[in-house]
Design a protein around this ligand. Structure first.
Ligand code: ADP
Length: 165
């Protein structure tokens, strides 16, 4: 019998974008189970609290109809969160080449921390290649509008609430 393949998809998700959701959907097709994990980094001050980020993630996963996903929040090392959830793989999204150096550094660090956990890169649809949470935050804060289709509806609702538009 083949072993169940579990992957973790960690991120700040401040907020979750359609690009993140695209990667999650792909991960769901590739793995038996996916753990989408909101990172809590005490040295960062995100726009949305960890609780809000987790709620947006849960609502968006439900909106998209993805069923083999568990949503969690975690503090500390990604490899430790992966081990707690029996995940043998870390999924990361790769957009343009600009992501590569940063992501490659993370891959090497994670491999040194736990060689049994492999990093897998997934590229989003071309529509999302230049989309980032920071672009969404900026657009929402400057004039209270967001780029159409850049976030799932549950995230758009939170942005409207936060920026009063
Ligand atoms: P982190 O702080 O861990 O980089 P992010 O929420 O910014 O958290 O991103 C989480 C992961 O999703 C990263 O691997 C990032 O490269 C990827 N990602 C972010 N935006 C997109 C996008 N538009 N398309 C594909 N992957 C993306």
């Amino acid at each position: 019998m083949s072993e169940v393949k579990i992957a973790i998809y960690p991120g700040t998700f401040d907020p979750l974008t359609s690009g993140h959701l695209d990667i999650l959907e792909e991960a769901c097709a590739l793995f038996d189970r996916v753990v989408a994990a909101v990172g809590i980094n005490p040295s960062k001050t995100p726009l949305f609290s960890a609780r809000e980020r987790l709620e947006m993630l849960r609502e968006s996963v439900q909106w998209r109809g993805l069923s083999n996903i568990e949503t969690v929040a975690f503090e500390g090392l990604t490899v430790d969160c992966a081990s707690r959830h029996q995940a043998g793989f870390i999924v990361r999204g790769l957009r343009a080449v600009t992501d590569f150096e940063h992501e490659f550094g993370l891959l090497l660090a994670n491999e040194q921390l736990d060689a049994s956990i492999k990093t897998v890169f997934v590229m989003p649809s071309h529509k999302y290649l230049y989309l980032s949470s920071s672009v969404v935050r900026q657009a929402a804060s400057l004039g209270g509008r967001i780029i159409s289709g850049s976030v799932p509806p549950p995230v758009e609702a939170r942005l409207r609430e936060k920026f009063n538009f």
